[in-house]
Design a protein around this ligand. Structure first.
Ligand code: AMP
Length: 378
């Protein structure tokens, strides 16, 4: 099956074409500045889709697209698995906009643009939140008045689910453990970062919450903090809610502590003796260590600790820093295996390590394509 995978944002649209039988990628690209009237950019998502089709011409060797898979950020409480899209599903995605105001409306625009162009092609929505629908209530509830949940939907949803799901499957396979019996702590460390407790192959807790702000120290996001910081600063009248939203999402994390949001630069600066960069690494690693310890308990003993995404796959110094602090769990890194570059799923701990430490490259598009093919009979 040829699946066009679309990740549509408010002003950009990323795409890939995957052959799900061959497991290969035939094309990929990015349409930017949608709605920017200057300089011949697409006026709307419909024109962006036209541009994608023009770019695909000649790239598919005469074959045509069989189905379209869309990344959708928020599936709320309703969607716990990928779904075949119809009108009602698009409206449901739009109704979830209050929970993901920057993403869901844009995701729906991408779906509507494809429908307008190809009314008969099957389309599937794959949700970032869906993998976490298996969390038990004690993990997804915040200890706040019930009405905030029942009337406003304030609860933990979790994100990066497509990646956590994909990586969990590959890690279980690599270790030869049946997925339904596989327990793990999976750390997706990219510019956004989250860690998930996996029990029996399913998510039982995750560090991102009502929004992707909670949890780990990220490129520009603070992760966990005392909510009174926000209320007190507003009450004092020095900051507005909008200021703090921007500060916590865009100016915090590695960037807040070191001035730089890119892990490569932070590691380099720390090696050159920059105190802010060293502190940023220390805070980020310590936060992750606390989650790993907690989630090891939450899953009833993990069979593996798994690293993925930009930092998890590539930054051996950060992995080393994190695992060095896990001595109490009996985890031991193989220093040589840790620094070796590879694009393959691999073990980076010693045979003596109490549990194996893995690096498993993520591939959200492959997961979306596979889910789309599965629902469309491919
Ligand atoms: P992602 O959001 O998954 O693309 O990850 C982005 C993060 O991965 C950034 O902080 C990058 O600095 C980091 N990253 C990407 N490539 C490398 C690399 N080769 N070494 C260290 N960090 C990397």
């Amino acid at each position: 099956m040829l699946v066009l995978v679309i990740n549509s944002g408010s002003s950009s649209l990323k795409y890939q074409v995957r052959d799900t039988a061959a497991g290969s990628r035939l094309a990929n690209g990015l349409v930017e500045r949608i709605g920017d009237a200057s300089g011949g950019h697409p006026a709307d998502h419909g024109e962006a889709i036209e541009q994608v089709l023009a770019e695909l011409e000649g790239a598919l060797g005469g074959r045509s697209i069989d189905a379209v898979g869309h990344r959708v950020v928020h599936g709320g409480e309703r969607f716990g698995a990928p779904v075949l899209i119809d009108n009602e599903i698009v409206r449901a995605i739009e109704r979830l906009a209050p929970l993901a105001p920057l993403h869901n409306p844009a995701n729906a625009l991408g779906i509507r643009a494809v429908t307008a162009k190809w009314p008969r092609i099957p389309q599937v929505a794959v949700f970032d939140t869906a993998f976490h629908r298996t969390m038990p209530e004690h993990a997804w509830r915040y200890a706040i008045p019930d009405a905030l949940y029942t009337e406003h939907g304030v609860r933990r949803y979790g994100f990066h689910g497509t990646s956590h799901d994909y990586v969990t499957g590959l890690a279980a396979e690599l270790l030869g453990i049946e997925r339904s019996r596989f327990n793990a702590v999976v750390a997706h460390l990219g510019n956004g970062a989250s860690v998930t407790a996996v029990r029996g192959g399913a998510s039982v807790d995750t560090s991102m919450g009502y929004t992707p702000l909670e949890g780990l120290v990220m490129g520009t996001r603070s992760g966990d903090l005392d909510p009174s910081i926000v209320t007190q600063l507003i009450v004092r009248g020095e900051y507005t809610a909008g200021d703090l939203d921007r500060i916590l999402n865009q100016d915090s994390g590695l960037k807040g502590l070191s001035g730089n949001n890119d892990m490569r630069s932070v590691v380099e600066a720390a090696a050159e003796g920059d105190d802010g960069a060293e502190l940023a690494l220390a805070v980020a690693a310590y936060r992750l260590q606390k989650y790993i310890g907690g989630y090891h308990v939450a899953v009833g003993g993990a069979h593996a600790l798994v690293f993925t995404a930009g930092i998890g796959e590539n930054s051996w110094p950060f992995r080393e820093r994190v695992v060095e602090g896990l001595g109490a769990l009996g985890v031991e890194l193989d220093r040589y295996a840790n620094v070796r570059r590879s694009g393959a799923p691999r073990v980076i701990s010693t045979p003596e390590s109490a549990i194996p430490v893995l690096v498993v490259p993520t591939d959200e598009e492959a997961q979306i394509a596979a889910a789309t093919a599965a629902l469309c009979g491919g």
